[in-house]
Ligand binder design. Sequence first.
Ligand SMILES: [Zn+2]
Ligand SMILES: [Zn+2]
Length: 287
Amino acid sequence: MMEIIKQLTKFKNRKYNKKIEINLINDINNKIKANKNNEHLANEMWEIKTIFLAQNFYLIFIESLYKKQYYYAWCTLEKCELKINELDRHASEKIKDNYYFHFLKFQVKRWQAIYPYKLFTSPEFIHKKVRCSICNEIISPRGNCKHIIGELYSGEICYCTVEELELIGIAIVKNPVMKSNVIDPEGKNKNFSGLNMILNTLNTPFQYWDINYTKEFIPKKFITESSDSLCPCGSGLSYLMCCQRKNGCLIPHMQIIPYNQDIKNKLDTHLSIGLKISDYLYQKKYS
Ligand SMILES: [Zn+2]
Ligand SMILES: [Zn+2]
């Protein structure tokens, strides 16, 4: 237990180590099992385990970005996000304040917004047979299971295991349930320069930064879109039907604002990099 706390505190200075992770997770899982009857203690251990995994996913994410494994990094970031969501719902303020939860919650969304991934497939299923992961009962209106999906029970999150399902269709969506279902993640048209720019400009990947969405006026002579392509202003109309008759076009523009120390000091810093990447025109919003 002491070792895992040490790892959590060292977050900004440690490297991901799979062997250490496996050992510590095994260890804490055994302790959770042994303390099943002490719900409070088991849940506290779950918090430690989950923030450790969230930190580790972030470390793997950064490592993969440096290696330019963008899609793998994206999928790892989603795993980090899922852990963050679980912690958001179930962890104590003490855990959140002490082990970089707020940093992760803030930054994961920003990294996702910089990615040039906008379209996803989303399979639609009818679940025919579903089991509760806590009591192993089949979930049905007349069943005995009283557990609620997503709730924490003695150090274990309740989820459902789908044993039989029927695929009814696949939709193409902008906000997928599974972010890993990107269409053409390694495609030639994908522009990752924003990610690299951020990585190369920050002093450390553990620094806070934010995105400032603005608009920039581009005179007509610099606009290369043809009449029937989408207007660069992002309206969704064709260029002909939108800004072509004007003397220029207001184009969405992203500014990356790194913070020197902490999110609280954001007004004191003036550093900013402009990013102008047509890929990001149809902006993503984060909450
Ligand atoms: Zn149950
Ligand atoms: Zn326009």
